[in-house]
Design a protein around this ligand. Structure first.
Ligand code: BV8
Ligand code: ZN
Length: 238
């Protein structure tokens, strides 16, 4: 932990990749853990364009239920520690696979949502996208063309938002320290940022409650809840 703390203290540019694990202590279920969402539901039944085409109401009800959970949740000490780190480091980028918006709610500014946002909606007819934080919400028609809306997230088989993805790659290629927090590193291309950071010579620090597929390829793996370890790792301003 001390060595990792020094790398962070001496870094002039830090990029962070977060996954569902950073929101676990806020009470939001992860995807693949013991109580994970994929235990109750099959991803291909809900998080794919095909699932939505087949049963848009069922898929929307699942997102509306998750929006309710997230709205009632509070960001935790891990989100706060990253917002604090951003204020302290000269160059900082936060790449998140999460769609819950908790990083922004806690004050993080440069947040790259590579899998979109659960608070966004997009029209399937004209492509217009807007934000609507109403909970509960029945799927509204597009106010421009009356077409059917869908959740503004990236489903399996869909490409990631181009601009945001290239910013994430750039931030990964030009950082001294790459922090990987609360992700099983199972989903691509997001998980591909980790070997990309390694190839660019960044120090890689992983924070997770268990070892993952990438643990053998990082410089330091800290095992424990992000809400406890991140404040220690980042240290208070004092
Ligand atoms: C793409 C948004 C191609 C929606 C998500 C066949 C066909 C098509 C594609 C593929 C295919 N086979 C493989 C692929 C690629 C596919 C993929 O990677 N599949 C995997 C499963 C093998 N990827 C895609 O489809 C991507 N698109 O490839 O497009 C393409 C290219 C060009 C043109 C057209 C198409 C799109 C992937 C995005 C899918 N969307 N979510 C929604 O949220 O509903 S994925 C979903 O998984 C979430 O976004 C999540 O962020 C992501 C990763 O999961 P994690 O965040 O890591 O969460 P998980 O539960 O897995 O792990 C939690 C971790 O936290 C654990 O390690 C746990 O130990 C830890 N933890 C728990 N508590 C704590 C903790 N750590 C610290 N503290 C704690 N307290
Ligand atoms: Zn429309």
């Amino acid at each position: 932990m001390n060595e990792a703390r020094d790398w962070i203290k001496n870094a002039s540019s830090i990029t962070v990749l977060t996954g569902a694990g950073i929101s676990a202590e806020s009470g939001i279920p992860t995807f693949r853990g013991a109580a994970g969402l994929w235990k109750q539901f099959r991803p291909q039944d809900l998080a794919t364009p095909h699932a939505f085409a087949r049963d848009p109401i069922l898929v929307w009800e699942w997102y509306d239920w998750r929006r309710g959970l997230i709205k009632a949740a509070q960001p935790n000490a891990a989100h706060l520690a990253l917002a604090e780190l951003e204020r302290r480091v000269r160059r900082f980028a936060l790449v998140t696979q999460n769609v819950d918006g908790l990083h922004q709610r806690e004050g993080s500014r440069n947040v790259l949502e590579v899998h979109g946002s659960i608070w966004k909606l997009r029209c399937t007819a004209c492509g217009r996208s807007w934000e609507d934080q109403t909970v509960p919400l029945s799927l509204p028609p597009c106010c421009e063309c009356g077409g059917m809306a869908r959740p503004g997230v990236v489903w399996f088989g869909e490409s990631l938002p181009t601009e945001i993805w290239s910013s994430a790659e750039r931030a990964t290629l030009h950082c001294d320290v790459f922090l990987v927090i609360g992700t099983s590193a199972a989903v691509y291309p997001a998980a591909g940022l980790i070997p990309l950071a390694k190839s660019s010579g960044a120090r890689i620090i992983e924070v997770n409650t268990e070892t993952t597929e990438i643990s053998s390829n990082v410089d330091c793996t800290l095992i424990g809840p992000a809400g406890e370890l991140l404040p220690q790792l980042i240290g208070s301003n004092a």
